[in-house]
Design a protein around this ligand. Structure first.
Ligand SMILES: [Zn+2]
Length: 546
């Protein structure tokens, strides 16, 4: 309780202050209106509050004889008041790390009403106390790039420390339907961009089949849109932003018929709403025209001329051997004042739909790989030309792993300070379940090319700051600070590790002892809490104002 001495405080206000038990950081003196001193019971109440919070408090005008009365009353009041200021949950004695403030110290964290209410070196009282000695207490990881939005994927994300997983790369085809399907049924927080790929398919009269996010290659992906079609695609994106989209998602490689102007026109929609564009770029590899470098230039150019913020997804799998060069282009754009960011996942293989436009003629030359570098995730079958032709022509969507990168590239990309971690998660690829634990075990613990706080920054603060381009709610995410949302991961830095492999992609990670989503334990003592759905929608500004 801090009451400024010079301020005259009415008795009714005092009651309110005492009721809230709010501390602002230092002791002070209290002077009541009227008689100039609190009643013994009020003074005693303040003393107890002060004692319970280990703060001194001076009661003005307390006569020596009155002090005895105050002390007796304080002792009598103590149990009631201590109970009154209990937190819902206290994480006790963990190594609390906050990448924004640089805090890295043993602290107690008091959680109330889904928020971090107090971080203190002093003991805190909670209805439940979790002993976190020897464990790291960090903001829950924010995955900007998660395709698998079902409960099976969310379960493995939780064991990987993720409290928010957003479909930002491509976007959900129908945001209203996406949000409706997840409301009250989500383990972790969710949200999505408006999908350019889906809007284009819709305008071309070939809407995406239910449950898919990528179109089969064909007219709707490969043909240029007319000016009238571009306007209709823009309008669809506006409608989707009104429905809660967090930005515009573009998979340009999946719609190679999109002209440069169509791309710029989509950036214009994002810019008019002051929202970012997330994009899978037009092309990969070194062959000109159509290199990865050219692709980076295209989207940086579109950001520059429209003013939209730009997030380039999986720089590792688009730029391959030129990843560091592509990152240097992003760095150059940032140096000149553009808001451009990027991300990567720590695996040498990518994965996509084999009937998509990524595999339009010329893919082998572009990627510098051959048919047998394509592997079916379920069976481990390496493809031949015949098998590829059959699957590429099929209208049935089949995922295929693409082994086109090297460990050296990944090892150089992940520690780069501009690169945030995002999984591109989807069943059938180990990145779905293992991305975050893999970075912590391989790059922090084993290779030591990242410090723990740097790694956490890539998983928490950097994606939260990206999210702030879309919604003020981003400011309460990715931080272990008083006033932040209580999305918290508690893990053992000595044992956290991925277990998912290309053969067993859905094996959950180990080492996460507790995971709080909005203050609710989802993982409790290394076990998933059943029938608990604390995940909430993160909505763009369109939905908030409508
Ligand atoms: Zn992609």
């Amino acid at each position: 309780m801090y009451v400024i001495e010079k301020k005259c405080v009415s008795r009714s206000l005092l009651k309110i202050i005492v009721g809230q038990l709010t501390w602002t950081g230092q002791a002070g003196r209290l002077r009541l209106c009227g008689d100039g001193a609190p009643s013994p019971i009020q003074a005693a109440t303040l003393s107890v509050v002060a004692a319970a919070q280990l703060r001194p408090v001076i009661i003005a005008a307390s006569e020596p004889s009155m002090r005895k009365v105050i002390l007796c009353l304080a002792i009598a009041l103590l149990p009631t008041l201590v109970a009154a200021q209990q937190y819902d949950l206290v994480l006790e004695g963990g190594r609390v790390i906050d990448p924004e403030t640089g805090l890295d110290a043993v602290r107690n964290v008091g959680i109330r009403d889904g928020q971090i209410d107090r971080i203190s070196a002093h003991p805190l009282s909670g209805r439940r106390v979790i002993h976190a000695e020897g464990l790291v207490v960090a903001p829950g990881f924010i995955d900007l790039h998660q395709h698998g939005q079902d409960l099976t994927s969310q379960r493995v994300k939780a064991f990987d420390g993720v409290t928010t997983a957003l479909e930002m790369e491509i976007g959900a085809p129908d945001i209203t339907q996406f949000l409706k399907s997840k409301e009250g049924h989500s383990l972790i927080h969710y949200g999505t961009t408006a999908s350019h790929v889906a809007a284009r398919a819709l305008v071309f009269g070939a809407p995406l089949p239910e449950g898919t996010i990528l179109p089969k290659s064909g007219t709707a992906t490969d043909q240029a849109a007319t000016p009238e079609q571009i306007q209709r695609i823009q309008q669809r994106l506006r409608d989707e932003l009104d429905a809660g989209g967090l930005g515009v998602g573009m998979g340009i490689q999946y719609t190679p018929g999109s002209t440069r102007l169509e791309v710029i026109d989509m950036f214009r929609v994002a810019a008019e709403r002051r929202l970012p564009v997330y994009t899978h770029m037009r092309s990969a590899g070194r062959i000109e025209p159509g290199s990865a470098i050219e692709s980076v230039e295209e989207v940086i150019g579109a950001a520059a001329v429209t003013g939209a913020s730009l997030h380039i997804v999986h720089i590792n799998s688009t730029c391959l051997r030129d990843s560091l060069e592509c990152i240097s282009l992003i760095e150059g754009a940032r140096t000149r004042g553009l808001d451009v960011t990027t991300e990567a996942y720590p695996y040498i293989a990518g994965m996509t739909a084999i009937n998509s436009a990524v595999f339009n003629p010329g893919w082998r030359e572009k990627l510098g790989i051959d048919y047998d570098n394509l592997v079916l995730p379920d069976t481990g079958e390496h493809l031949t030309k015949e098998r590829f032709d059959e699957l590429h022509a099929s209208s049935k969507q089949q995922w295929v792993l693409i082994f086109a990168n090297t460990q050296e590239v990944i090892d150089a990309v992940i520690p780069n300070p501009l690169v945030m971690i995002a999984s591109d998660g989807l069943e059938s690829h180990p990145r779905n379940a293992g991305t975050y634990s893999r970075v912590l075990s391989q790059y922090v613990r084993e290779k030591k090319t990242l410090t723990l706080i740097e790694a956490l920054r890539k998983m928490t603060l950097m994606p939260a700051q990206m999210l702030e381009c879309s919604t003020p709610a981003g400011r309460r995410k990715g931080r272990l600070q008083e006033g932040a949302d209580a999305d918290i991961v508690v893990f053992d830095p000595q044992t956290i590790a991925d277990r998912s492999t290309f053969e067993k992609p859905m094996e959950p990670s180990v080492g996460v002892h507790y995971l709080l989503v909005g203050g609710t334990p989802l993982i409790d003592d290394e076990k998933l809490v059943p029938d608990t759905y604390p995940g909430r929608a993160i909505l763009g500004p369109g939905k908030l104002v409508h």
